[in-house]
Design a protein around this ligand. Structure first.
Ligand code: BDR
Ligand code: CA
Length: 314
């Protein structure tokens, strides 16, 4: 099956994304690496271990990575969206992990998994891109083992953290630039524009909760996240951003993509962290386009995607 490494900052939607890969029988989830992001590295690591425990997948190695961005001394957090512990204050409802993370850290784990891989591996970063940037900078030799990088991040029409920037890119724009612009590995970017459209409502969540202990365990993590969507967007539902990226990673082609030249804004002005795609057409010769060609996910069969995720989580 498809070989995956997920790099994550759980996070309610990260929890769904990890479970989606962990429970898919045709997927070989080689490892889960953690990064600061929605909450502190300590909490994201603990949450990743707990979610895998819930899924009966304590066999998947977990390793902790960066606790802060490459340049900014202070990480930006999203506890106001995901709850103080990153899981709506409900992380205690998950089974206590019966193990510790791997001692060598995230980059070490990714290197050893990639070195050992006999087939190309898909990397799925669903948090700030710090760990992936460090991996590519320090161990360029493992690039040949990477088949694709499927990133949840960016917003073409607007951000969610600032007017211009989406949270994962905003958290570490220099790392995002390293991965999304300065690399030429095959990459898919799954931006907010699409993930918001894939949102699930409370009826979908209720259906999930009825499927068994794992579904119920995931649904139990949603109250604060739901409340934040209700308050800020007036929705009776939530976007499972990161699960949309994992769906593409495990079922290539489930998202429709468009190859677009991409830039990441790293200046310290109001545009910091923006993902800028060059959509100019006839007026511009190809060689005048700047940026790196990335497959940007722009559309999908929305109900088909929701059914796919629900079926896999069951
Ligand atoms: C991204 O930011 C985080 O809060 C989510 O987990 C997702 O990875 C969405 O902007
Ligand atoms: Ca995330």
């Amino acid at each position: 099956g498809t070989k995956l490494i997920i790099d994550t900052d759980p996070g309610v939607d990260d929890a769904f994304a990890i479970a989606l890969a962990a429970l898919s029988e045709d997927v070989d989830l080689l490892g889960v690496t953690t990064v600061y992001g929605n909450v502190s590295l300590e909490s994201t690591t603990r949450n990743a271990l707990r979610v895998l425990q819930l899924c009966g997948r304590a066999d998947v190695p977990v390793a902790a990575g960066a606790s802060r961005p490459l340049i900014h001394p202070q990480p930006f957090r999203a506890a106001h969206v995901h709850g103080a512990d990153g899981l709506s204050g409900r992380s205690g409802s998950l089974p206590e992990p019966d193990r510790e993370p791997e001692p060598g850290g995230a980059v070490r784990l990714m290197v050893s998994l990639l070195e050992a891989a006999e087939e190309p591996v898909t990397l799925v970063p669903i948090g700030p891109l710090t760990n992936i940037a460090l991996l590519l900078a320090a161990h360029p030799e493992v690039r040949e083992k990477i088949g694709r990088i499927v990133v949840m991040g960016g917003g073409l029409a607007h951000g969610n953290t600032t007017a211009a920037a989406e949270f994962n890119i905003w958290s570490d724009p220099e790392a995002a630039r390293r991965v999304l612009v300065e690399e030429d590995l095959p990459r898919v970017l799954v931006p907010l524009d699409l993930t918001y459209r894939c949102a699930v409502d409370t009826a979908w969540l209720a259906k999930l909760a009825g499927t068994g202990p794992v579904g119920a365990g995931l649904e139990a993590l949603t109250p604060d996240y739901l409340a934040s969507y209700r308050k800020t967007l007036g929705w009776d539902g939530i976007a499972l951003h990161d699960a949309v990226a994992v769906a593409e990673a495990i079922n290539p082609g489930i998202l429709r993509t468009e190859a677009l030249p991409l830039e990441v804004e790293c200046s310290f002005g109001p545009g910091r962290g923006a993902t800028l795609v060059d959509r100019r057409r006839a007026a511009v010769r190809n060689e005048d386009r700047s940026g790196s060609a990335v497959e940007v996910a722009t559309d999908t069969d929305l109900d088909g995607l929701r059914d796919f995720v629900l079926a896999r989580l069951t």
